[in-house]
Design a protein around this ligand. Structure first.
Ligand SMILES: NC(=O)c1ccc[n+]([C@@H]2O[C@H](COP(=O)([O-])OP(=O)(O)OC[C@H]3O[C@@H](n4cnc5c(N)ncnc54)[C@H](O)[C@@H]3O)[C@@H](O)[C@H]2O)c1
Length: 251
């Protein structure tokens, strides 16, 4: 696979889980990868894994909820490779997020989820856009969640934040089409990562019966769509949110 040969990608939340899988998948498709995370040690492991396999990756520290930090992430990437073609907005407050009734969620917790999950993708898009505008091309891929479509009790901060991601995807797609920038979202179903496994007991079995394809979802199941949305094969697709969940939900 060389659909992304010489393309430069930034993936946020790259220290582990889905973010690491996106980094590895993009690198296998030929991209240079900036693995960005607030957890720099984890991002370094991701970059080392790619470099050990013959790819070209760097680790970048970022807090996606901080404007200056997102600008530094874009600047570091542009200094290294002189372009930015792909942004995957994957970082989120997800691991460790406790289920709580909507009126039991502390205001500070609500604000933190929105700051990382919604403001984060907006700030990261702002940070890379000058480069994409100058290049007259770019692919922004936001990671939403299938839980937006199903709703989920005691999860209102998270579900609302993923609705925000889908709204941002649509609005940016309309604004950036004239600049050659496509903006789409991926909505994974419940996927086996360290984070999801820490949230739910018997995670391997969770929801499997509801799928058309009756097995647990793995991070690699989501990577193919990310590569497609980052590649020229999807040049006429924008503003869309695509569910990847083995047919648990149909829309
Ligand atoms: N695992 C699932 O079942 C599932 C399902 C649907 C959607 N998602 C979404 O996929 C993405 C990845 O999920 P995951 O399971 O790998 O979770 P995860 O919690 O392991 O990954 C999130 C990553 O984001 C990083 N991060 C958190 N706050 C940050 C910040 N302020 N700045 C920079 N990085 C920050 C974390 O360090 C972590 O590496 C998230 O957007 C999540 O909402 C996951």
């Amino acid at each position: 696979m060389a659909q992304l040969k010489d393309k430069v990608a930034i993936v946020t939340g790259a220290a582990r889980g889905l973010g690491r899988a996106f980094c590895v998948g993009l690198a296998e498709a030929g991209a240079f990868v900036a693995a960005a995370d607030i957890d720099l040690a984890g991002a370094q492991e991701t970059a080392e894994q790619i470099n050990a396999g013959g790819g070209d990756a760097i680790a970048v520290t970022v807090d996606v909820s901080d404007e200056v930090s997102t600008q530094q992430m874009a600047a570091t990437t542009a200094e290294r490779w002189r372009r930015i073609d792909i942004l995957i907005n994957n970082a989120a407050v997800y691991a460790g997020l406790e289920r709580k009734l909507f009126d039991a969620i502390a205001v500070a917790e609500w604000d933190r989820v929105m700051a990382v999950n919604v403001k984060g993708p907006w700030l990261c898009a702002r940070a890379v856009f000058p480069m994409m505008k100058a290049q007259k091309s770019g692919k922004i891929i936001n990671v939403a969640s299938a839980t937006f479509y199903s709703g989920s009790a005691q999860w209102s901060h998270y579900v609302t934040s993923k609705g925000g991601v889908i709204g941002l995807t649509r609005a940016l797609a309309k604004e950036l089409g004239d600049h050659g920038v496509n903006v789409n979202a991926i909505a994974p179903g419940f996927t086996l990562t360290e984070a999801s496994q820490s949230l739910i007991a018997n995670a391997e079995k969770y929801g499997v019966d509801r799928g058309a394809i009756k097995r647990a979802e793995q991070p690699d199941d989501v990577v193919g769509l990310a590569v497609f949305l980052a590649s020229p094969a999807s040049d006429f697709i924008t503003g869309q949110t695509i569910i990847v969940d083995g047919g648990r939900q149909l829309n």
